[in-house]
Design a protein around this ligand. Structure first.
Ligand SMILES: [Zn+2]
Length: 427
């Protein structure tokens, strides 16, 4: 399908969506039920009043949509009636009264009976003709979707037209890679490779510069204030405009920011070079607001850096046609990727007393993050304390069996367990 045909379909769907909303609004409410109209009558009414011209779609398309939406409303109302019949059963044992109510319900004349009207309003959850499926990715699927229900999960499949991908860059790799974000190196991946090694140095330099600048400006501000108090307004003005201006300050900030952005974006590109799917912590949540960060230079820099990393993961993945899968990263830096137990972290080392191994902390975290993508119990928004309980339950379950000392670790572990670079074994 070419781009223009595709766009036309999207537009058609949007317009018919408006037709559907209109039908629900007018005839899908408790008030609208009094009309007792059938879809054919609605169509005739719309034709007579010219309502249909507002939507700008072909006659056949809007008529079919009206028919479909009216059928939805009817089915929805019938479902409510099932519950209301039960309510009638509970309300009275009087045969005549029950018969009167059942008949009124069946003939859609319940709106005038206070009990029936109240019950219908309560049970008739109108307009819920769509099911919302929360997605585990921030990439919006488009076009015709194929939904596959598999073991309580829904997989959403959709087609991507390669000619529509804007980037001229080469496409990404074909693997699934987990990444852990950091402030020394921008990213560490589940293979044990580090990306964006200059980030730490850039942030440290900027932090020092900002602290020094703030100190200097505070001093100048105090000199200007003292001058103003003495009546030397000329001096106060000179200091404020020459030494406390914002032009130079903003130029330096912009330069630093562009350097950090380049470092982080390059890091993400390196990961996408080998990945068709990038799994990472969901960096969009729990962003501290400007206020709560206070004046602390390092915390502000860290929050900003986190935002850039989130942006880079999303944008680069999308541009290069790979999937970005955000996962719940709770406890990924505190548990051992091999046995799942909580361990001790000190600096850049992670020590698992059960396995007796010291891992490089960020590599261990990246592997845990990768494993979260396929975790059947821990979803993106599973609360922190629930994640902890799940992890503890898993290790408790295993504790009842004897551990099998694994002499042939999985490929990812073998890399992570590299003697010099990634981990040091105590075994
Ligand atoms: Zn372990």
């Amino acid at each position: 399908m070419n781009e223009r045909k595709y766009a036309a379909l999207v537009e058609q769907a949007r317009r018919l969506g408006r037709v559907r909303s209109e039908v629900w609004q007018r005839y899908g409410s408790v008030a609208g039920v009094g009309s007792g109209l059938r879809d054919r009558q609605v169509r005739d009414q719309w034709l007579a009043k010219g309502t249909h011209t507002r939507f700008g779609v072909l006659a056949n398309a809007w008529k079919e949509t009206v028919r479909d939406a009216m059928a939805d409303i009817a089915a929805n109302m019938e479902a409510a009636k099932v519950q209301v019949r039960r309510a009638i059963d509970r309300r009275t044992k009087d045969a005549a009264e029950r018969k009167r109510m059942f008949t009124a319900l069946k003939a859609d004349q319940w709106a005038t009976d206070p009990f029936l009207a109240r019950q219908m309003r309560k049970r008739w959850k109108r307009g819920h003709n769509r099911i919302r499926i929360p997605l585990s990715t921030t990439v919006a699927p488009t076009g015709t979707l194929r939904l596959i229900l598999r073991g309580g999960r829904v997989e959403v499949h959709y087609q991507v037209d390669a000619s529509r991908l804007r980037s001229s860059r080469r496409p990404g790799g074909d693997r699934t890679i987990g990444v852990d974000k950091g402030y020394t190196e921008a990213l560490t991946d589940s293979d044990g490779d580090h990306h964006g090694p200059r980030l730490g140095e850039l942030l440290a330099t900027e932090s020092d510069r900002l602290k020094e600048r703030n100190r200097r400006r505070a001093k100048l501000r105090s000199i200007a204030n003292t001058a103003a108090r003495r009546g030397d307004h000329a001096k106060a003005h000179r200091i404020r405009s020459n030494n406390l201006g914002s032009v130079e300050r903003e130029r330096k900030t912009a330069r630093h920011r562009s350097q950090v952005r380049t470092e982080i974006f390059t890091a993400v590109h390196e990961v996408v070079d080998k990945a068709a799917t990038v799994v990472a912590e969901d960096l969009t949540k729990r962003f501290a607001g400007r206020k709560t960060l206070g004046r602390n230079v390092n915390r502000r820099l860290a929050a900003w850096t986190k935002g850039v990393t989130a942006e880079a993961l999303r944008n680069v993945s999308e541009r290069r046609g790979s999937a970005f899968v955000p996962v719940n990263a709770a406890y990924t830096s505190q548990t051992c990727h091999r046995c799942g137990r909580f361990g001790r972290r000190s600096g850049d080392r992670f020590h698992c007393t059960w396995c007796g191994v010291v891992w490089q902390a960020d590599v261990n975290a990246a592997i845990n993050i990768l494993q979260r993508a396929g975790d059947p119990d821990i979803a993106l928004h599973t609360p922190h304390h629930v994640v902890k309980q799940i992890l503890q339950d898993r290790t408790d379950r295993h504790r009842t069996r004897l551990p099998v000392q694994d002499s042939s670790p999985a490929p990812a572990e073998r890399r992570a367990n590299h003697p010099n670079r990634s981990a040091m074994s105590n075994e």
